[in-house]
Design a protein around this ligand. Structure first.
Ligand SMILES: NC(=O)c1ccc[n+]([C@@H]2O[C@H](COP(=O)([O-])OP(=O)(O)OC[C@H]3O[C@@H](n4cnc5c(N)ncnc54)[C@H](OP(=O)(O)O)[C@@H]3O)[C@@H](O)[C@H]2O)c1
Length: 232
């Protein structure tokens, strides 16, 4: 059974607070693949996952995404019609959340190089001083992004409800640094095999204990939410 929208809003509400809360949202197949044979993930979880995807965007102050995903999935700035305007107004959020694209090589899709959108990178990213477009740049760390500094700056700007939409490389970094507070994971009733990665990968293997917030069986598609144990 899929809960009513009001119930879903409660289940996915961000906690109150002053500091950044980092939520990630992913879909996975039963055998752990993060995308299907097309290289995309959007259709794996069907309509119910699309609905939760939109709700999570509606609840967020900022959407953080790796440039790989932004390119593969054709990311564009969020439009007013993509989110629930009433919900955002009720929560006192800006009309739309900006996209914050993460990259060091700075090969950013043109459509995201526009006013209101953010770039998260290092202070020594090659070509940063000649970057074209109107993006707002958050450059912290040398060689590697200083994520605590980035999250502190986002919170300082009032962007504390952070939604990370992937991909697995970016997610692996955030998991590796123990920065994921909350994982919203849709498990699609699909087997995929192939070479697709898991939803987080990278050089650092860690064990981060999570506690179940909810599991909803939506006609075989499992909508799950997991919160880092020390928050519970
Ligand atoms: N199953 C799902 O829910 C889901 C969600 C999202 C994406 N996906 C799929 O995942 C695939 C893309 O995966 P991916 O792992 O390549 O994507 P990604 O993490 O979105 O992009 C990787 C690129 O982002 C930048 N980046 C990521 N983390 C960084 C960090 N900590 N510091 C600096 N730069 C960082 C780097 O760009 P530069 O090279 O420019 O430095 C890196 O090459 C796509 O097929 C997409 O469809 C699936």
């Amino acid at each position: 059974m899929i809960p009513e929208q009001a119930e879903l809003e409660k289940l996915y509400a961000y906690p109150a607070g002053e500091t950044a809360w980092v939520r990630s949202n992913f879909v996975s197949t039963l055998d752990g693949a993060a995308y299907d044979e097309s290289g995309m993930s959007g259709s794996l979880g069907g309509d119910v996952d699309t609905r939760v995807f939109a709700l999570l965007r509606s609840l967020a102050d900022v959407i953080v995404v790796g440039v790989g995903t932004a390119r593969t999935e054709g990311y564009e700035p969020v439009r007013a019609e993509d989110v629930d305007a009433d919900l955002r107004e009720r929560l006192g959020l800006a009309p739309v959340p900006p996209i914050a694209v993460v990259s060091r090589r700075l090969d950013i899709p043109d459509v995201l190089r526009s006013g209101g959108q953010l770039l998260i990178t290092t202070s020594d990213a090659p070509g940063l001083d000649t970057l074209s477009g109107d993006m707002d740049v958050l450059a912290y760390g040398e060689g590697v992004i200083d994520w605590p500094a980035v999250l502190a700056e986002l919170a300082r700007r009032g962007l504390r409800r952070v939604l990370c939409e992937g991909g697995p490389t970016l997610h692996g970094t955030l998991v590796g640094h123990d920065l994921i507070d909350d994982l919203c994971l849709t498990i699609a009733p699909v087997l995929a095999a192939g070479a697709a990665p898991r939803i987080a990968h990278g050089p650092e293997a860690v064990t981060t204990h999570m506690q179940r917030a909810h599991v909803i069986d939506a006609d075989g598609v499992l909508l799950t939410r997991w919160v880092r144990s020390h928050h519970v």
